[in-house]
Design a protein around this ligand. Structure first.
Ligand SMILES: *Cc1c(COP(=O)(O)O)cnc(C)c1O
Length: 428
């Protein structure tokens, strides 16, 4: 048997294997619909009796090539693209939980995910308990209920930069017969492969490092194929009992551990919600994936150089970067991400909200954006932008201090990034 490829080779080559005389680059199949010779042929697709394409809301070949690449990069068995990271998170959770169910989630997660869970999915009748990612085993245990259907966390939380304790959370999830869902956006499979540490389902905002050029919004859901739905059949009737909207198919029986989760998410959620990625975006995403391994090295090297400089600056109160020796998450980051974590560093400027604003105005290489994880360096001062309606006290309660500045290091020269920050700090 062929040896499994390294992550670098998977970034470049996985997912699409052209046949003799076929295009070398992934073709963009810009077609919403597909043609069949007989109704019977098409009927088999509708019944999930044969695999093939009939309408791009459900599946499209370009998207499937790219989903297959990300699946191989993560070491999973099946995957799907979605229109955004938000749609990926929603699908991953809603594929398991119905009204009346409950999810345990880390409290340090992306703000959009927190809102999706705490506001919108609560309206759908799904309840959430948020736990401190550094809680004790006892506190974590106490968060579970008989109707808990999954545990959720982020490898490196955006923007808190906490590093997830995979073993503690996966042990608890599996003891309760539920899967662990991980948002691996910030680390990417180049730096961390959560399936190797007990995760069962992975989600991505491919809008960030995977695209990496600020060009295409997108998301992905990947299944490890390891979770045994049938062994916990009572917890997951959607996967283990017949789906009457698909001619009585039982996903876990017909598609096994390897395929049940993604087939159900495609057949039910993509069919009914339609959060499909455009094949144009999938093509752009694939261009990003081809260089992801090269880019992550540079993002991480730049972030480490900036974090080291900030740590030595008298104008800086504190620095947070998981790969910086002395950071509270350094040991955990070394264990799960020995080759680097991400390109995002946050720090507290000595002074007030106004000093942070003044510093940002002086930057020339870093531009002010809500975005992160892009080829171009960018930064954000939450207290004067995304969180500006909050008082200093309210900010602190949400884990964001008024002097916090988030720096996303791009692919420029480290010297230019450090130099930019140095000159801007000198002016305040
Ligand atoms: C941006 C982001 C999301 C949401 O992704 P979109 O593509 O913007 O919908 C989810 N999780 C994390 C960690 C993110 O950074």
């Amino acid at each position: 048997m062929a040896r499994e490829w390294n992550i670098e080779t998977k970034c470049v080559q996985s997912g699409y294997r052209p046949g003799n005389g076929e295009p070398r680059e992934i073709p963009i199949i810009q077609s919403t619909t597909f043609k069949y010779d007989t109704s019977a042929d098409m009927g088999k697709l509708f019944d999930l009796e044969a695999s093939g394409y009939f309408y791009s809301r459900l599946q499209n070949p370009t998207n499937d090539y790219v989903a297959a690449k990300i699946t191989e990069m993560e070491g999973g068995t099946a995957g799907m693209l979605t229109s955004s990271g938000q749609a990926a998170t929603f699908f991953a959770v809603f594929n398991l939980a119905n009204a009346g169910d409950h999810i345990v989630s880390s409290s340090t997660i992306y703000g959009g995910t927190y809102n999706l869970f705490n506001v919108t999915m609560r309206k759908m009748g799904i309840d959430f308990t948020f736990v401190d990612p550094n809680c004790s085993e006892e506190e974590l245990e106490a968060a579970f209920r008989p109707n808990t259907k999954a545990v959720f966390g982020e490898t490196i939380a955006n923007p808190a930069l906490t590093v997830f304790d995979f073993e503690k959370f996966s042990r608890a999830a599996h003891a309760h017969g539920v899967p662990l869902i991980i948002d691996n956006t910030f680390a990417t499979p180049v730096n961390c492969r959560p399936f190797e540490w007990g995760a069962d389902i992975i989600t991505h905002s491919t809008t960030k490092y995977m695209d990496g050029h600020g060009a295409a919004l997108g998301g992905a859901v990947i299944d490890s194929g390891k979770f045994d739905w049938m062994a916990h059949a009572d917890n997951f009737p959607g996967l283990t009992t017949p789906d009457e909207s698909y001619h009585g198919i039982t996903y876990a029986e017909k598609f096994g551990r390897e395929g049940a989760f993604i087939t159900k998410a495609t057949a039910q959620l993509m069919r009914d919600f339609g959060a499909a990625q455009s094949p144009q975006h999938a093509f752009i995403l694939n261009l990003g994936l081809e260089s992801l391994h090269c880019r992550m090295k540079q993002h991480c090297a730049n972030a480490l150089a900036l974090a080291e400089f900030l740590q030595s600056s008298p104008k800086v109160d504190w620095v947070s970067y998981p790969s910086l020796p002395g950071d509270p998450y350094y040991e955990r980051a070394q264990k799960y991400m020995p080759n680097g974590s991400c390109g995002v560093v946050s720090f507290g400027i000595k002074g007030s909200r106004a000093d942070a604003e003044a510093f940002m105005k002086e930057l020339r290489v870093f531009s002010i954006e809500t975005h992160v994880a892009d080829a171009r360096s960018c930064c954000l001062h939450p207290a004067s932008s995304t969180h500006r309606q909050l008082t200093d006290e309210e900010l602190l309660a949400g884990g964001v201090s008024a002097n916090l500045v988030r720096m996303s290091c791009g692919l420029e020269a480290a010297q230019d990034l450090v130099g930019d920050v140095e000159q801007a700090l000198a002016k305040i």
